[in-house]
Design a protein around this ligand. Structure first.
Ligand SMILES: [Zn+2]
Length: 254
């Protein structure tokens, strides 16, 4: 907020360092926010309710009344095992037994990016469903999603398909793929392979690594699909045709 106000001031009123900060703030695309999975007794996380889903404060409590009204008894329903968290944003309650969320049905993995292509959406959704029970299975499915993504990106460049994912990443690097995206694709490739044919890594109980792979898929989609689509749509709809013609001539003579 302070920076936005300062940006409206005359340039001379700003120090050079502050000006640089304003420029960076205004021109750097917003990063994908970090994702905080729901966790017992954490006072803030991304809401597990599908209608909410945003990061919000959570208020924890235990309720003897709940057990009385539900007429529940016995060791499985011992009050000490249950906790409840109320989301500050939507007001809905999540129910926990020991350290595990039992309502609503929940995956700790980030949701798929809104621009996830339909051909990989099923893989990512299935990976979310199984990541708690099988981080290895989730990593293998996300590797499959990376393979399909890389293949469609190669097709978009008008290049023939490589013989496998490794080869397609090489082709994309030749086409100017940013280094961070190459590394994200290679991480999905290598870790996904290790999940299927364990070698150096053992992903059996490594849910944390599997959860990070979901984020990598979203980062690739943001960088390679969402951002270019948004920029192109702005260019096509807002830059006047006469200016586009000038730009075309400029680049033809460059
Ligand atoms: Zn909520």
């Amino acid at each position: 907020m302070a920076l936005a106000q300062e940006a409206a001031q005359p340039v001379a009123a700003l120090g050079a360092a502050k000006l640089q900060e304003v420029i960076v703030t205004e021109t750097t695309p917003a990063p994908i926010p970090d994702y905080t999975p729901a966790q017992l007794e954490l006072d803030g996380f991304h809401c597990p309710h599908s209608t909410c889903g945003v990061f919000s404060r959570q208020r924890w409590f235990r309720s003897a009344r709940f057990f009385q009204t539900q007429n529940l008894a016995g060791p499985d329903y011992s009050e000490a095992r249950f906790s409840f968290a109320v989301c500050d944003r939507c007001g809905d309650v999540s129910i926990w037994r020991d350290a595990k969320i039992i309502f609503p049905s929940y995956s700790p993995a980030p949701r798929p990016h809104r621009n996830t292509p339909p051909e990989i959406l099923t893989d990512v959704k299935e990976a979310r469903d199984i990541v708690t029970a099988s981080p290895r299975g989730a990593a293998a499915l996300l590797r499959l999603a990376a393979e399909k993504l890389a293949s469609s990106l190669v097709e978009k460049c008008g290049r023939p398909q490589g013989k496998d994912l490794n080869d397609n990443i090489r082709i994309l690097v030749e086409e100017g793929l940013p280094r961070s995206i190459q590394q994200a694709l290679d991480a999905l490739r290598v870790i996904g392979n290790e999940a299927v044919h364990p070698g150096v890594l053992d992903l059996k109980d490594d849910q944390d690594t599997a959860l990070k792979l979901f984020r990598l898929v979203n980062v690739i989609i943001e960088n390679r699909i969402a951002e270019p689509t948004e920029i192109e749509s702005l260019y096509v709809s807002k830059v006047p045709d006469s200016k586009k013609e000038q730009i075309g001539k400029r680049d033809a003579t460059a």
